[in-house]
Design a binder for this molecule. Sequence first.
Ligand code: ADP
Ligand code: DP6
Length: 386
Amino acid sequence: MTEHNVYRSSTYAPVNIAVIKYWGKRDPTLNLPTNSSLSVTLSQSDLRTHTTATCSASYTSDSLLLNGKDQDISTARTQACLRELRTLRRKLESESSHPLPELSSLPLKIVSENNFPTAAGLASSAAGFAALVRAIADLYELPASPTELSRIARQGSGSACRSLFGGYVAWNKGEKDDGSDSVAYEVAPASHWPDMRALVLVASAEKKDVSSTSGMQTTVKTSSLFPARAEQVVPKRMKEMEKAIREKDFETFGRITMAESNSFHATCLDTSPPIFYMNDTSRAAIRVVESLNQAAGKVVAAYTFDAGPNAVIYYLAENEAEVAGTFKCILGKKEGWEGQKGKAVTAKKALNEGVKVAAETLMGGISRVILTAVGNGPMRSEEHLV
Ligand code: ADP
Ligand code: DP6
């Protein structure tokens, strides 16, 4: 029997949660958006995808195993990523001055694990496609920058292009029909503003009702609020948000984050048939944040919701006692406070009246919390899953 080499490379990739939302495509095949967006990459100490990409002549076909289950790799999105990466590898093989193994023609076996619920509104598709693209690019030893890889990951899932970078990341919508300028770039590394914290309130770890992909397409077709959002509201906010991040201005960062989440969910409600991603629990989380900000007389916490009811609450480390302490007072019995970060938070003793009203609903609707922070981009790893 012939011995075949198995080539492999592994990576960890982060989740990102947008503060300026991507919602709407001008080209659904290439995942070209109708507006630019901006996100915070979250720490991989808490939420991460681990992916090993391997290739070998001993494999019969391409395959993808996610959390132990075979995935359909024939989807147009996954195929687009594999095709682009193979094309770059083929170019490298043909242009190299010394012979390189022809990895581009070998079947791929990809094995991936998410350490958090998949398809539950916690951005698994972003971390997942970023990890897949980074791991294969490393396997192929491509001299590609994160920006070039973001162009490829975007075709797997739009928001994935922002997970190729750490810190504060923008995705430029681009103008060209071929999408070559629709790429992500780093606004600032995590080290620029390392005090950014994120508290995730997991309202539901169930699969969501309306996928982002189909939801945003229906919004584009039917919402009368949508054109103003894409053409006027977001471009202005992108500029303000980049400035707020450069100047570490939490007040502006928080104000825009909340306004953006509300604007995005308003276009969802304005979709026909209407899309409801937030529920009573989500609205209770908003009430607590509003009440905290009112009591502080400034913005100390900012909520945002993606295509699901989970709340992500951004705040600065200096306000941890106030913000996380309040949520610990309400949700201290839920899973998620047992780690070092959770133990370091002191639950507030007394809640103000505004918070008390929402506390019961939150208690009933939240299953767990995740305490995390801004973090770095994908990391190569020598821990292989194959
Ligand atoms: P989420 O809110 O978690 O992003 P989506 O429904 O938008 O949920 O995306 C989930 C899909 O993303 C999965 O069904 C799978 O196709 C893809 N995905 C998630 N994790 C990974 C991964 N680690 N590797 C490859 N693809 C992944
Ligand atoms: C609400 O990136 O999941 O999280 O490109 O169709 O895969 P596809 O959509 P996806 O949409 C994310 C939508 C969002 C906002 C955001 O992350 O910017």
